[in-house]
Design a protein around this ligand. Structure first.
Ligand code: ACO
Length: 422
């Protein structure tokens, strides 16, 4: 077994720690006995150097700009597979056969309807409340309607719980939106595919027909796939942390939703459009790039940079292509695209961004696509929630199945007072 040696130069004491091989990417040093051996903890602000679990779901090579779900490149999945096939892949480890897919999709259609009582909850919220606040409350409330599933023990129960949540999330997100707009809530349509049904619930009215084109369904489906999982990001780590305490799956997913809301995470897509609006015209781009580079200004270029990708985010590449395809078909707001293209052109060549490996991320492009699909800005992050729910649940199931998994309990470097008397 290969080992890694830590030496404490203060006293010359050293200890060896096993190196655990990874299938792809960097190997890891198992330091679980570090404190026992040397009396110290590690300090890793932001946990960017720390592996908190072992996982066989998703692999990211940030340097190459590569993202694999269960070994399959994200570009191939987004182009060749439906989102629900990707859900099956994540949950089960393999892509479904045609028969498996029919059964999986069918089981999900039945579960799209939340309990009728839950509809009343939406009326309790002010209509100008942020949809993320309402959505997280609705998912939390779901646990009261499915309390028999709170203590999930078996593989079958896990799968049932995952299917229920994935199936209901678009309905809850659409109800959230309809309430916000003051529109009547629309029941799910059992005859439509998952993604088409979501667009239908967002758009339809109790009377009249609802137009949803194939190109819109394909674009939204690809967006769900691109957001489905991203290994140990902030919201997924939150889900795992809450899950590790023995809290029920709804509580863990609600925590993930709230973590995703932050503007440094899933909330960035909303901020990107707000920032493009603020820039206002192509002529102003230089001024804002200068602000982003100023060390005394906390202004950041939203949609640029990523903790893991130090290259083009592969999801962003797929979305850029999709956005360009949609531009002519749907008449995307071309003023915002012109500004976005100018920002991208300058940032990709400017020394400040190049030196720091700040490339466009998924959020830089998703906003303009949502705008083209007629989706209101404060619904961008709830849509991210719909896509990511399968990732959170797959990771939670993996955590629950791992007998070696402990409650997450990091340490700290204490810098406060020494003991003192009143
Ligand atoms: N604009 C300008 N400068 C930036 C940006 C940016 N968007 N992002 C990072 N930098 C600079 C920092 O100021 C820092 O410069 P310095 O070395 O001179 O101090 C350097 O690049 C490194 O930045 P960190 O904050 O250390 O990078 P980190 O990996 O911690 O942050 C993050 C990643 C949070 C995504 C950051 O790049 C950011 O805030 N981006 C804008 C928000 C955004 O788009 N978030 C979406 C992420 S994708 C997702 O969650 C789905």
């Amino acid at each position: 077994m290969s080992t890694f040696t830590f030496t404490d130069n203060r006293n010359g004491k050293s200890a060896e720690f096993p190196i655990l091989n990874s299938v792809l990417g960097a190997d890891v040093v198992d330091i679980t006995t570090l404190n026992k051996e040397l009396g110290v903890y590690t300090y890793d602000n932001g946990l960017s150097m720390t592996g908190s679990c072992q996982s066989d779901i998703t692999y990211i090579d940030g340097g190459k700009g590569e993202l694999l779900y269960r070994g399959y490149p994200i570009e191939q999945l987004a182009e060749k597979k439906k989102y629900l096939e990707v859900c099956y892949l994540l949950l089960n480890g393999e892509l479904p056969t045609a028969e498996q897919f029919v059964a999986f999709e069918g089981s999900m259609r039945e579960k799209r309807f939340p309990n009728e009582g839950l509809r009343n909850l939406f009326n309790a919220f002010p209509d100008d409340g942020h949809p993320m606040a309402v959505l997280s409350s609705a998912v939390s409330a779901l646990s009261a309607f499915h309390h028999q599933h709170l203590n999930v023990q078996s593989q079958e129960e896990y799968m049932d719980m995952a299917i229920r949540l994935i199936a209901k999330m678009p309905t809850l997100a659409a109800y959230t939106y309809r309430h916000h707009m003051g529109y009547p809530l629309i029941y799910p349509d059992m005859d439509r595919y998952f993604t088409e049904n979501f667009l239908y619930m967002m758009r339809a009215f109790p009377t009249g027909s609802t137009e949803i084109s194939d190109v819109e369904v394909r674009a939204m489906d690809a967006i769900f796939t691109l957001h489905a999982d991203h290994e140990q990001n902030a919201s997924t780590s939150t889900v795992r942390l809450v899950g590790s305490t023995g809290a029920h799956p709804y509580a863990a997913v609600v925590a993930g939703i709230n973590a995703l809301w932050g503007r440094a995470h899933g909330g960035a897509n909303e901020s990107v459009i707000a920032q493009l609006e603020m820039i206002g015209s192509v002529e102003n781009v230089d001024k804002f790039i200068k602000k982003a580079k100023d060390p005394n200004d906390d202004f950041r270029l939203m949609g640029f940079g990523h903790r893991v990708y130090k290259n083009f985010d592969p999801r962003a590449k797929v979305l850029r292509k999709l956005r360009d395809e949609l531009r002519d078909t749907l008449g995307i707001n071309s003023r915002l695209i012109e500004i976005a293209n100018k920002v991208e052109e300058i940032a990709l060549t400017d020394e400040y961004f190049v030196k720091r490996n700040l490339y466009p991320n998924i959020d830089f492009y998703s906003g303009t696509i949502f705008e083209a699909l007629g989706i209101k800005r404060n619904m961008f992050t709830p849509i991210f929630v719909i896509g990511r729910t399968v990732g959170w649940l797959t990771q939670l199931i993996e955590l629950k199945k791992d007998p070696s998994q402990k409650i997450f309990r990091p340490r700290q470097r204490y810098v406060g007072h020494t003991k003192r008397d009143i």
